[in-house]
Design a protein around this ligand. Structure first.
Ligand code: CP3
Length: 387
């Protein structure tokens, strides 16, 4: 059955999306044609994002943006001047809370993500790193041998990152269920790619050398990240995270066959382990450029697949099926466009995603240099939507 949408946009009269009519200011109505009276009662005590993931009827898609705290915000830039070290900004409870709340105070997103990094657990696993402005992440002693993998410790979050638990607990109090507090971890393959390459990489030659000449060594490293990240997700949930996103940003550097060997089983093991102890914790999976791997991402058992913008939302939704929730997937570059263009792309994505199980987001993080007022506009339009 094809669903007919009608949307009304208040202050964007020149938008040429079919079936748009005005209703009232700051409300864009996107009706799926289904009678409103048939809707189930909306659970208003839980954050909208959780209700949407669970497939409950919601009034509009929840919205948050990846990298919503960051250099595009003037308040963050000011704080960076005072605290120039990324490690300090992301490992001090007060700073983590302050930075995580910067976008919350300005935009009121439906998800407040912990300010941290996927690399934050590494020192606790005996892998020192830094993030240097202009250079990005640096691993001081990149891993390439079995002896080095042996030196990698299992992560104990309570011992190594107590500030993460403390920050999440404070965030839960501050946000008070008006939004969901989100935690995150790096996926085993993506973490391995950083520690083997020594930092960000263009051609992933070192990790592929390891994968295709000494696969056992890489598997041993991936296993260590799997146990440690499952533990870390549970720790975050126990301390206040209401959903956790797994970033496998570089998994799509792998061919489907190699993804099935070096990423999928480890993601699945993490999901299985978390579901055993935390069956109600929604897990979101993001991989950049995942169009070729979508069906395989769903096989991990996560609750939400986050799409990047190279996949058409309607096609992605079709390929993933209606059981799984989708997140995304507006091109972050759209935020450099006009306000009218931003509105159009939001509406296009929301219409294509349908009125259930969709978290509106970008297809990747907000880019440095994005005008803050355009981010504000994104949230304003998104929060004015109505199915
Ligand atoms: O979404 C959020 O607001 C939470 C913050 C967040 C950061 N890193 C803060 C950060 C999240 C979710 C991450 C995850 C992360 N870190 C990923 C996965 C997401 C993705 O982009 O695919 C990856 C690959 C990393 C590794 C990493 N950390 C990179 C590639 C960089 C950029 C290097 C640079 O100098 O630009 C970082 C540093 C980093 N982590 C920044 C931020 C805001 C930028 C540096 C800064 O502003 O202090």
């Amino acid at each position: 059955m094809s669903i007919m949408y009608s949307c009304s946009v208040p202050s964007f009269s020149s938008i040429s999306v079919s079936n748009f009519t005005y209703r009232r200011p700051n409300r864009i109505i996107c009706s799926a044609g289904a009678p409103v009276a048939e809707r189930k009662a909306v659970n208003t005590t839980e954050p909208l994002l959780l209700n949407a993931v669970r497939g409950e009827d919601v009034e509009r898609p929840p919205v948050w943006l990846m990298r919503q705290a960051g250099r595009y915000m003037k308040s963050y830039q000011t704080l960076c001047e005072k605290h120039p070290s990324f490690r300090e900004r992301s490992e001090n409870v007060d700073l983590v809370v302050e930075i995580s709340l910067q976008p919350w105070k300005v935009f009121k997103p439906d998800g407040v993500i912990l300010f941290s990094d996927i690399l934050t657990p590494l020192p606790g696993m005996n892998i020192p790193f830094d993030i240097v402005k202009g250079k990005g992440p640096i691993i001081f002693d990149p891993i390439s041998t079995a002896a080095q993998v042996d030196q990698v410790r299992e992560f104990s979050p309570e011992e190594w990152v107590p500030y993460v638990g403390e920050a999440l607990t404070i965030l839960r109090k501050e946000v008070n269920n008006e939004a969901a507090v989100l935690g995150f971890v790096g996926a085993p393959f993506t973490l391995a790619s950083y520690v083997v390459e020594g930092g960000s990489s263009k051609n992933f030659s070192k990790i592929k050398t390891l994968a295709f000449s000494q696969p056992k060594v890489l598997h041993a490293l991936l296993e260590k990240f799997t146990t440690s990240m499952a533990k870390y997700i549970k720790y975050q949930a126990d301390n206040g995270a209401q959903a956790v996103q797994i970033f496998d940003s570089w998994a799509t550097e792998l061919s489907p066959t190699d993804f099935e060997e070096f990423s999928l089983p480890y993601l699945k093991a993490i999901v299985d382990s978390v579901k055993e102890t935390h069956p109600d914790l929604p897990l979101i999976l993001y991989a950049s450029g995942s169009g070729g791997l979508l069906e395989r991402l769903a096989l991990t058992g996560v609750d939400v697949v986050s799409l990047d913008w190279t996949v058409d939302m309607a096609e992605g939704r079709k390929r993933l099926g209606s059981e799984i929730a989708v997140q995304g997937n507006v091109d972050p570059g759209v935020l450099f466009g006009s306000k009218e263009f931003i509105s159009k792309r939001i509406i296009d994505t929301v219409k294509k995603a349908g009125n259930k199980k969709h978290i509106l987001n970008l297809g990747h993080g907000i880019k440095v240099g994005t005008p803050e007022e355009n981010v504000a506009h994104f949230f304003e339009v998104a929060k004015g939507l109505s199915y």
